[in-house]
Design a binder for this molecule. Sequence first.
Ligand SMILES: C[S@@+](CC[C@H](N)C(=O)[O-])C[C@H]1O[C@@H](n2cnc3c(N)ncnc32)[C@H](O)[C@@H]1O
Length: 218
Amino acid sequence: MNVIYNEDCRKTLAVGSPLYYDYIFTSPPDFNELGMEPTQAKDYIDFLHSVFSLCKLNTAITLAFTDRKFDSGIISKSSMAIGLFQDLGWKLKSHKIWVKSEKIDLFRLTYANVLTFTFGNCQIKQQNHNDFKPDVWADGWYRGAGGFTNSLPQKVAERCILNFTALGQTVYNPFMGIGQTAIACIATGRNYIGSELSSEVYDIARKRIEEYNASFTT
Ligand SMILES: C[S@@+](CC[C@H](N)C(=O)[O-])C[C@H]1O[C@@H](n2cnc3c(N)ncnc32)[C@H](O)[C@@H]1O
């Protein structure tokens, strides 16, 4: 099933939902996308908890996090996530660095932490994919798509999807954004499911996926 739900991911993940997935790949929203200040660490962790405590346990979850510069210091969202997942009983399985740019950015670090967690009885079999093996990935940004600049490049999603899933398996992204994960799934022969709260962003994702699919038939 390839589908994106235009709704809060907590609704998609709610108990009783028919959601089936093998693996989660996502880039969670930053503070401002949630109407929070970077100082609201507890609220941010509570939000992440409200989402990831709903995820099934026998899988792997990969999160791409860019830490924030703030008040002459660094607010480390990735450290918050590591603490939260360990509290929830997950193990940090891999930690990769995705180098986004060498250009100085006033607010964000120019690299992201790509963190994969697994739970005790994880049924994921790593594919030992060559693209996943280096610990630092110089994949740059994806730029474009309806004014949404600086998005996740397809390559980062593909590296993870190729390593943590087999052909025909299903990847869920609770924060689908403009659809990079979905396009990476189509490109690698996986199925995708996503949630995206914003109708505007959801429309962009659907249009981009349609155009990507059409590019194979014209
Ligand atoms: C960091 S962006 C995802 C970026 C994505 N990797 C891309 O390249 O487009 C986070 C997305 O999560 C969405 N979002 C925020 N809260 C959400 C929620 N509760 N449920 C689903 N989507 C949500 C935002 O609208 C935003 O598009």
